[in-house]
Design a protein around this ligand. Structure first.
Ligand code: GYE
Length: 332
């Protein structure tokens, strides 16, 4: 469904490009503007995915695969298992295969300039999906489609500030960060820190990466619990790490959602279930359903049309009550 991910700018575009490439023998010409020339009439996209580390990522992959199919775009897909070198290899092979457009979700922010320059020299347009790069040269990619992760971190912080507004006591917070060096880890940390930093009673007493996975979230939370007897709040950069941490908290004889309040990001189904069950207290939504917008942007850039440099997805937040209401209709 498009309801939550209406782009700031894509309204007119959607209708146009869906008809252009809907059926076999669609009119979009590969090669024009892209220069890669995957061959034939259809567009070929090379997509270098991060991995399959979380429920979010699984839903994101499905969205991209399904939307490519319905947009009539031929998709070459690779899973980098959370390793930058694998993503670079995949992108190089897409360049060699002369795909019409390359899209990828950069596992970390830095170190992309050489391979992006190779794509630029081969005249293959690149679309950043979900995560950003820190390249100074913005001509290395056509657009960046994804969430505002700083904003997500701020929303998490704002909820916390509101919860403790009448208390003067210190609030001890532990943080499970996403993959080190990734845009969502950097930005969710920064946005949260900015908001809670306004009141010195909020103290982040431990902050470590859980690599966005359930297993690592559990392991790191176990260590947090051992060295910190007095944890009030867990802020996890995604649902999966929060769900792993819940197991650790229960294993330590504490009640998640009560003894330790939990805030996570994503709002995938398992996270929403835990929220409805009272084990998580608040979730900031991050939509993985980027496929339809990505395909629309791909069609445009391959034709050499202008696209906005940044397309931000629209997202909400969920309390326990709200989770109960929407759970049954949650798609992912
Ligand atoms: O929040 C996390 C996933 O980049 C927004 O990556 C994405 C993040 C998402 O592994 O669950």
């Amino acid at each position: 469904m498009f309801k939550r991910i209406s782009a700031l700018v894509l309204a007119g575009l959607t209708a146009m490009s869906v008809t252009a490439c809907g059926g076999s023998g669609g009119t979009t010409s590969a090669g024009t503007g892209g220069g890669g020339g995957g061959g034939g009439d259809t567009i070929t996209m090379g997509f270098a995915q991060v991995g399959a580390e979380s429920g979010w990522r699984t839903a994101n992959t499905k969205s991209i695969q399904d939307s490519a199919k319905s947009a009539g775009i031929t998709l070459k897909f690779s899973d980098a298992q959370q390793k930058q070198e694998n993503q670079i290899k995949a992108i190089r092979s897409y360049i060699q295969q002369k795909v019409d457009v390359i899209a990828f979700s950069p596992v970390v922010e830095s170190g992309w300039d050489p391979v992006l320059n190779e794509a630029k020299n081969a005249k293959i347009p690149v679309i950043l999906t979900d995560r950003a790069v820190d390249s100074k040269d913005t001509s290395l990619y056509k657009t960046f489609l994804g969430s505002d992760f700083v904003e997500e971190g701020k929303k998490a912080g704002q909820w916390l500030v509101e919860q403790y507004k009448d208390s003067k006591d210190t609030v001890n917070i532990v943080e499970l960060q996403g993959t080190t060096g990734s845009a969502p880890a950097n930005d969710r940390k920064a946005g949260f820190a900015e908001v809670i930093g306004a009141d010195p009673k909020f103290k982040v007493i431990a902050s470590q990466t859980g690599d966005f996975t359930r297993a690592k979230g559990k392991e790191v939370m176990e260590a947090f619990l051992k060295s910190n007897p007095d944890i009030d709040v867990l802020y996890a950069h995604n649902d999966d790490m929060g769900l792993g941490a819940i197991e650790a908290i229960e294993g330590a004889g504490k009640v998640p959602g009560k003894d330790i309040k939990i805030i996570t990001v994503d709002a995938v189904k398992d996270g929403m279930q835990a929220l409805a069950d009272g084990k998580i207290n608040y979730i900031v939504e991050c939509s993985p359903l980027l496929g339809p917008q990505l395909m629309d942007l791909a069609k445009k850039v391959v034709k050499g049309e202008q696209v906005p440099p940044r397309v931000v997805t629209e997202e909400t937040t969920f309390t326990q009550e709200q989770a109960k209401q929407v759970l049954s209709s949650r798609q992912y």
